[in-house]
Design a binder for this molecule. Structure first.
Ligand SMILES: [Zn+2]
Length: 198
C-alpha cells in the first residue's frame, strides 16, 4: 500500500483547547468503531508522534470506497500542539500566501521557474509562524495593504496549513466527503485535508 497518509487539520482550534478536543474526538471515533484504543507504531511516520490508534471494526464508514478486501488501514495518529502541516512530499514553506484583507497573493515559490521558496519573501511568514507556535499569536504585515494579519488568517497555498490539532490516517483509503464533513461538525471547526507520502 505504500507509506502515505491522509491528514485532517483543524485550522481553528486554539493550542489551549486542542488537548481536550483531541480526547473528545478519540472518544467519538472509538464509539463509532472507526478506531480502537489500542496503540500501534506500525506504518506511522508522523513527525510529531510515533504511534496511533488502530483501525476499528467500522473503519469502512469513513472511506469513500472499501471494496478492496485486502486493504487493511493503518493507525490514526493524533497530533496536538500548534504546528505547520504540509502535504505532498513535505516542503517546509508554503508556495503562496494571500492576504485576507486586500486579497493580494504573495508568491513564495515562483512555479514553474522556481522550485524553491524565495527565502526573503518567506522570512516574515516563517518568523510569524514561529512566534505563533511559541505564544499562540503571530502576525505578518501585508506588503500590499500594510495590514498586520495573524498568521492563522493568511490563506496559504494548498498543502500548507496551520493548526493545533491534526489527525494522520496512515494507509487508509481516501476518506469520504461525508465523513470529512462529519469530522468538521464534530470538531466544530473548519478543517483542511492533506495527502502525503513518507
Ligand atoms: Zn493586504
Amino acid at each position: 500500500m505504500g507509506d502515505y497518509f491522509e491528514r485532517i487539520v483543524d485550522v481553528e482550534v486554539t493550542g489551549e483547547e486542542a488537548g481536550s478536543l483531541a480526547e473528545r474526538m478519540v472518544g467519538w471515533m472509538v464509539a463509532e468503531g472507526l478506531i480502537t484504543r489500542e496503540m500501534s507504531g506500525d506504518g506511522v511516520f508522523s513527525l510529531q508522534v510515533d504511534a496511533g490508534y488502530e483501525a476499528g471494526p467500522n473503519w469502512e464508514r469513513a472511506v469513500a470506497d472499501s471494496s478492496d478486501p485486502s486493504w487493511v488501514p493503518g493507525p490514526v495518529a493524533v497530533i496536538v500542539g500548534r504546528d505547520h502541516h504540509v502535504g505532498g512530499q513535505g516542503m517546509a514553506e508554503a508556495d503562496s500566501a494571500t492576504c485576507p484583507r486586500c486579497d493580494t497573493k504573495t508568491v513564495i515559490i515562483d512555479y514553474p521557474e522556481e522550485f524553491e521558496a524565495d527565502q526573503k519573501v518567506w522570512q516574515p511568514f516563517s518568523d510569524g509562524i514561529d512566534t505563533w507556535k511559541e505564544t499562540g499569536a503571530g502576525s505578518v504585515s501585508c506588503s500590499s495593504c500594510g495590514a498586520s494579519v495573524p498568521v492563522t488568517e493568511w490563506q496559504f497555498g494548498s498543502g500548507f496549513a496551520l493548526g493545533a490539532l491534526a489527525f494522520d490516517f496512515w494507509g487508509w483509503p481516501p476518506l469520504s466527503v461525508s465523513f470529512q464533513a462529519e469530522l468538521s461538525r464534530q470538531l466544530g471547526h473548519r478543517i483542511e485535508a492533506q495527502m502525503g507520502e513518507f
